[in-house]
Design a binder for this molecule. Structure first.
Ligand SMILES: C[S@@+](CC[C@H](N)C(=O)[O-])C[C@H]1O[C@@H](n2cnc3c(N)ncnc32)[C@H](O)[C@@H]1O
Length: 210
């Protein structure tokens, strides 16, 4: 294993687990994840941070995928701590290993920044949802202010390499809406105590349209 692979497999999951547990981000998770109900699928479940926020009285089954072996270890540990049966598999959002229309709800937090193809992943999330199913999301991405966006563009090439392919300049809500969802925003703002280039957050609920 070369240094780059070793860094991505062992260092990145630890950095992510730490960065994605900031108080500002945990507060957003608390607003979004407990809304999940029925048969739930979580994309990018690595790290397992969200599991503590699911309401087991509302969730009838939990499944998730992530490409990262170390991230999956954390997610499986979180499932044991939660004391629930979880179907956690290695996989990519661009080709989700579950059947069409098999979930009531999809949870996607801080993952559309890192997938290879946002459009293909959103299309896959739509495919696995039942008609009228809900996508709950919380993501960071392209800021509304031009000066911040300029810095996001400058920093992104190096940031991507350090942070497991995480992009700073990607749109959030618009890409979900364009993927065939009707959006209800729940919030959008710069996270406090976070550099603005990394801190623009949007979260909400999106219903599978059509
Ligand atoms: C910033 S972390 C967020 C982890 C978790 N979703 C959370 O909210 O804490 C991004 C996650 O996306 C995962 N990821 C990267 N590429 C992916 C892909 N193509 N499909 C699914 N997940 C991917 C990474 O392994 C990592 O676990």
């Amino acid at each position: 294993m070369g240094f780059a692979n070793w860094y991505d497999e062992h260092v990145v999951p630890r950095i992510i687990k730490c960065a994605c547990s900031s108080p500002a981000i945990m507060k957003i998770r608390q607003q979004v994840v407990p809304l999940a109900s029925g048969k739930v699928f979580e994309i990018g479940c690595g790290g397992g941070i969200n599991q503590q926020f699911y309401d087991p009285a509302k969730v009838s089954a939990y499944s998730g995928i992530d490409p990262s072996g170390k991230g999956l270890d954390y997610a499986r540990d979180a499932a044991v701590a939660k004391g629930w049966q979880a179907d956690i598999r290695q996989g990519y959002g661009e080709a989700i290993p579950f059947d069409d229309a098999s979930f009531d709800c999809v949870v996607c937090t801080y993952t559309l920044c890192s997938v290879e193809s946002q459009a293909q992943t959103v299309s896959e999330l739509r495919r696995i949802l039942k008609p009228g199913g809900r996508l709950l999301f919380a993501e960071h991405g392209s800021a509304p202010d031009a000066d911040v966006r300029k810095w996001q563009g400058r920093i992104e090439p190096i940031w991507k390499r350090l942070a497991g392919g995480c992009h700073l300049t990607r749109p959030i809500s618009s890409v979900i809406a364009q993927g065939g969802f009707t959006l209800t925003p729940l919030g959008a703002r710069y996270a406090p105590k976070t550099p603005r280039w990394a801190g623009w957050m949007e979260w909400g609920e999106a219903v599978k349209a059509g």
